[in-house]
Design a protein around this ligand. Sequence first.
Ligand code: NCD
Ligand code: ZN
Ligand code: ZN
Length: 411
Amino acid sequence: RVLDAEGNVLVPGIVDCHIHNREPGLEYKEDWESATRAAAAGGVTTVVGMPNTDPVIDRPDHLELKFERGEASAHVDFQSYAVVTSENLDLIPEIDETGALGFKIFLGSTVGDVPPPNDGEILEAMERIGETGKRLGFHEENGEIIEHYTKRFKADGRNEPIDHSHSRPVIAEQEAVERMITFAEETDAKIHMFHVSSGSAAEAVARGKDQGVDVTAETTPHYLWFTEDVMHEKGNVARVQPPIRDAEERETLWDVGIDQGAIDCIATDHAPHTPTEKKVDDPFGNTWDAISGFVGLETEIPVMLSFVDQGRLTLEEWVRRHSTRPAQVWGMYPQKGSLQVGTDADFTIVDPDREWTLADRTELHSKNCVTPFEGETFTGKAIATVVRGDVVAEDGTVVGESGYGTRVDVD
Ligand code: NCD
Ligand code: ZN
Ligand code: ZN
């Protein structure tokens, strides 16, 4: 098969290490087939699923189930994290042997309500995971701070979507990042901060790196693109955890995170929910019951290429953060994140000049497509997605087969 790539750019396959594929158990929102269909259409060749499914991925058999479902239906290559709770510290070696890419702890309450372990258990988890050689990532928000402000705001009768955002203040994120860096310094663990939303948290990551702690971090296209003004425009549609921050925090996230390098990876936090759960018909009502999260697999490359077009970062810096670094951080390099593996390589062809407006969310391939990026215009789009030498999508149309995607083997 010959692809016409003239005028376009061929880059190593884009790797998204933070998606909620929702299978097993929450298939009404999304499943492996639909999530990886969206990935293929969007130009993403490898995805890593989050463990807040039903059951949660906290035991070897649950992880095996997640892998089996992926093998049966994925369009692109995949992996999965396993969650650590107070209940499964003893299972860490076995979960490692079952092939998990890495581990995750939810510090603050978020979708799925996986309870956080206590501080002693987190230290022990770091020691045990350290023995496996793998990395431990965090949903990096201090749950006690959030719980306090949520209670307080509810009692005060505050009920705007922006109030929900403010109930999860920047300090809750910054403090969690700093505390986990302190713990990692003590235990020599390799740690990662998922979905860093604020400049203040990026500065905390930078300080940790300066101290010599092996801390890596990720941010998402939405924290780089929007400011909290989007909450006034789109209400609960734009609601996400951690929340989208003010302009000053966003600027520091760009400066310290992107320009100075504290942020290693770009990932989506692709988090599909039904329009009813997102309250799309009443986006400014029912703030405390509306759910957090939205899809991103088909807008992440257009968003990042738009930044390249605007001169905010170079094409090379984009590719490093969206392919090479994530593969290195999670131990998949050079199998992923590189063009060095010859005919078996994954690559994405992008047209950096293609203008595209996401006019209607139903153009997207997920089962549920609510996103605050609906209506936005981008410059740059993926026009072909190639996984291990086979074309899986061309010009936004999926041409590969469900079940072609396979688990990325890591030891
Ligand atoms: C995520 C989800 O829906 O699973 N939602 C979100 O707002 N980010 C959970 C998470 O990543 O914390
Ligand atoms: Zn999270
Ligand atoms: Zn997430």
